[in-house]
Design a protein around this ligand. Structure first.
Ligand SMILES: CC1=C(CCC(=O)O)c2cc3nc(cc4[nH]c(cc5[nH]c(cc1n2)c(C)c5CCC(=O)O)c(CCC(=O)O)c4C)C(CCC(=O)O)=C3C
Ligand SMILES: [Fe+2]
Length: 379
C-alpha cells in the first residue's frame, strides 16, 4: 500500500497481536478453561470433555507457538517495509495477558496508543466485540494504576485480499493432494467442506445487524474462492461447523461436520477435503475437532478425509495483516483510504476500518460492559 507518511503506522505507539491464548502445560488447562467460560453458562461435562482434548495433547495448546511464529512473520514484514513501531503479543485467556503486556510497554516506553491485529477474521461477539471488551478492560485496569492507554483495531478481514488469497492457496494445495490421491477430482465422489467454529444462533443474529453476518461472511469468501478455482478444480462446496459447546437446549449453527460426513458418505461421496476456513492457524479445534474427531468419523464411514492446511504464517496473509494495520492508521489520521476487498464484497462499516459501535452485541449479561468502540461510528 502506498503511503506518503514517513511512519505508516502513526499515530500508534505500538502494534499488538491480540489472540485467544491457550494452556502451556497440564496444570494450566483448568484455570484456562475457567477464564474462557467465566459467566458463559457452559455445562461442567462440556468443560471436562474439552479439558480432555487438551490433556490428549500434553496439556499444551498449539495456539501460542502459532502466534509466536506469526509474530516473527509480522516482524519480518515490518522490517522489510521499514516500520519501526514495536510489535507486541497479548491474549484474552492466558499468558501473556493483554493488560500485562500493555502495562509493561506503557511503563517502560510511555506507549499510549495501541493498534491491535486480532486473529479473528469474521464478525461475531466472540470474534470481534469480545476483543473490544478486552481492550476496554485493559484501559480501565491501567487507568486505575495511573496509566492512560487507548486502543484501536484493524477491521474484520474475511474479505481482505491477503487473507482471501492465502485461503485460496490452501484450498488449491488441498485439491491438488486430493487429485493426486484419487487419480483425479470427481464432482460426484469428492466434496469440499469449509469448516468454521459454530456459534449460538443468537450470536449469529447479533452479528448481522449492521454488516453481513458471521455465516454470510464465510459464504461470501467461499463464493469468491469457488469463482477463482479453475474448471478442473471445481467441486461442490458447503459450509459446516465444529466445536459446538453450551447447553444442548441452545441452538447453535449447524450442520456439525461429523453429522454431515455421515450423511455425505451415505449419499455416495467418497472423499472430502476439509478446509479450516474459520481458523487462522492450527488451533486446538483444528488439531482435535478436525484432525482427530472428524477424521475418526470419516474413517468409520469409509470416507477419505483430507484436511487442507491452515494459513499459519503464509506470507500473503502476514503481509495482508500489515496492509490492514496501515489502512487503519491512515483512517485514524483522517486520510482518504480505499479499503481493499475481494470482488463481490464491500468493506465493513461506513468508512470505518473497524466494526461499528453496536455490532456483535453479546449476551444480556455482558451488555453493560463498555466495549472499546474503535472508530466509534454509531450503527
Ligand atoms: C467464533 C469463535 C472462535 C473463532 C474466533 C477467534 O479465534 O476468536 C473461537 C476461537 C477459539 N476458541 C478456543 C477455545 C475455546 N472456545 C470455547 C468456547 C466458545 N468458543 C466460541 C466461539 C469461538 N471460539 C463460543 C461461542 C464458545 C462458547 C462460550 C462462549 O460463548 O464464549 C471454549 C470453552 C469450552 C467449549 O465450550 O468448547 C474453549 C476452550 C480457542 C483456543 C484454541 C486452542 O487452544 O488452540 C480459539 C482460538
Ligand atoms: Fe472458542
Amino acid at each position: 500500500m502506498k503511503t506518503t507518511n514517513s511512519d505508516p503506522l502513526a499515530p500508534f505507539d505500538a502494534v499488538v497481536l491480540m489472540s485467544f491464548g491457550g494452556p502451556e502445560k497440564p496444570a494450566d488447562v483448568l484455570p484456562f478453561l475457567q477464564n474462557v467460560t467465566r459467566g458463559r453458562g457452559i455445562p461442567d461435562e462440556r468443560l471436562e470433555e474439552v479439558g480432555e482434548h487438551y490433556y490428549m495433547f500434553g496439556g499444551k495448546s498449539p495456539i501460542n507457538e502459532q502466534n509466536q511464529r506469526l509474530l516473527r512473520a509480522l516482524q519480518r514484514e515490518f522490517e522489510s517495509r521499514g516500520i519501526a513501531v514495536p510489535l507486541l503479543w497479548g491474549n484474552r485467556n492466558w499468558h501473556p495477558y493483554l493488560t500485562d503486556v500493555v502495562r509493561k510497554q506503557a511503563r517502560e516506553h510511555g506507549a499510549r496508543k495501541y493498534l491491535a491485529i486480532d486473529t479473528s477474521a469474521y464478525s461475531s461477539y466472540s470474534s470481534c466485540r469480545q476483543y473490544r471488551e478486552d481492550f476496554a478492560a485493559a484501559v480501565s485496569t491501567l487507568d486505575a494504576e495511573g496509566l492512560s492507554v487507548e486502543f484501536d483495531k484493524i477491521r474484520q478481514y474475511y474479505n481482505h485480499p491477503g487473507f482471501a488469497k492465502a485461503q485460496l492457496d490452501c484450498v488449491r494445495r488441498g485439491l491438488a493432494e486430493l487429485a493426486m490421491r484419487a487419480g483425479s477430482l470427481d464432482g460426484k465422489r469428492h466434496k469440499i467442506l469449509y469448516v468454521t467454529h459454530s456459534i449460538p444462533t443468537s450470536m449469529q443474529e447479533s452479528s448481522q445487524r449492521f454488516t453481513p453476518g458471521y455465516a454470510e461472511q464465510h459464504e461470501e469468501l467461499i463464493a469468491w474462492i469457488s469463482g477463482q478455482l479453475n474448471e478442473s478444480e471445481q467441486l461442490d462446496a458447503e459450509l459446516v461447523y465444529c466445536s459446538r459447546s453450551g447447553s444442548p437446549a441452545t441452538p447453535w449453527l449447524e450442520p456439525d461436520i461429523n453429522d454431515r460426513l455421515r450423511e455425505l458418505s451415505r449419499s455416495g461421496v467418497e472423499a472430502v477435503l476439509a478446509v479450516p476456513l474459520g481458523f487462522v492457524s492450527d488451533h486446538m479445534e483444528v488439531k482435535y475437532d478436525l484432525d482427530t474427531e472428524a477424521a475418526q468419523t470419516a474413517r468409520e464411514e469409509g470416507l477419505t478425509f483430507l484436511r487442507a492446511e491452515s494459513l499459519g504464517v503464509s506470507p500473503i496473509f502476514a503481509s495482508g495483516l500489515v496492509d490492514l494495520a496501515i489502512e487503519r492508521a491512515a483512517q485514524v489520521r483522517g486520510e482518504q483510504v480505499e479499503s481493499q476487498v475481494i470482488s463481490g464484497s464491500r468493506p465493513l462499516g461506513p468508512g470505518s476500518g473497524a466494526c461499528s459501535m453496536n455490532c456483535c452485541e453479546g449476551p444480556k449479561s455482558k451488555r453493560a460492559l463498555p466495549a472499546w468502540a474503535t472508530g466509534s461510528i454509531p450503527g
